[in-house]
Unconditional design. Sequence first.
Length: 137
Amino acid sequence: MESKINEKLSEILTGIILSGVMIQILFFAASYFYRPFWSSRVSFSVGLWIGVAVAAALSIHMYRSIDRALEMEPDAGERYMRRVYLIRIIVIVAMAAVIWYTKIASVMAAFLGVFCIIFGGWLQPLLHKIVSRGEDC
């Protein structure tokens, strides 16, 4: 059971990185056709990859949190999951605040990178089929 869950986590992390690469390619392609994007290429790229890194960290944190909560009593597990959810929200807000305050990257691109966690979840079944080559799940 543990290895199957770790396999799913690695597939989600792969999906997060692949979706970040796809977004990066789409933005670079758009920057060649639409010149106002040209000046923000570095800012967008830095923000995107900060967001992708945060998305990967959040998915690992979510995996570990769910694993711990399942070992607890139902009420304690529910309180624990609320607390760690709040921690993840605080991490996202802190990431945006640091990027906005320091102006090191695009905040919107960082949020797009964080949304790669959703794209990674959508890509996981496809990646599982590719990796397992049609074997039973």
